[in-house]
Design a protein around this ligand. Sequence first.
Ligand SMILES: [Zn+2]
Length: 147
Amino acid sequence: MPGGNPWAALKERDDVLFDLADLPAGEHGRWYAGERVILLAKGLTYAERRTALGHELGHAHFGDTCTGNAHVNSRQERAADIYAANMLIDIDDLISALRWSSDPWEIADDLQVTPRLVEIREARMHPGERAYLRRQLADQVEADDEP
Ligand SMILES: [Zn+2]
């Protein structure tokens, strides 16, 4: 399995409980800060489950609570997405995928996450990682040019 394993990360957190639930359509997961419970929707695909669990573990990691402030809430959602993207998408796996595809859906399928998470990983990459990625992909172009 590519990238980090969110199930192993969950297991390491004995302060967080987990269950499956019937959530409203379109909602993949929930984090209950008070009870420290992660709920994931039943019937998700493997990639959706991985992505949603990574995201909710981000909330658990940051100790997020739902506030009455929309700006704070959306900042928490963004931070949880970035946490999931970094946990689930290893830079070398992303580079391997980018070597054969530029389609977010194909890359997401390869990495077993949602296409949106691939976009977040690419958009919010550490500058050092971005330089590494560019170098790796440029090396490939040079290698391809060799007779
Ligand atoms: Zn969230």
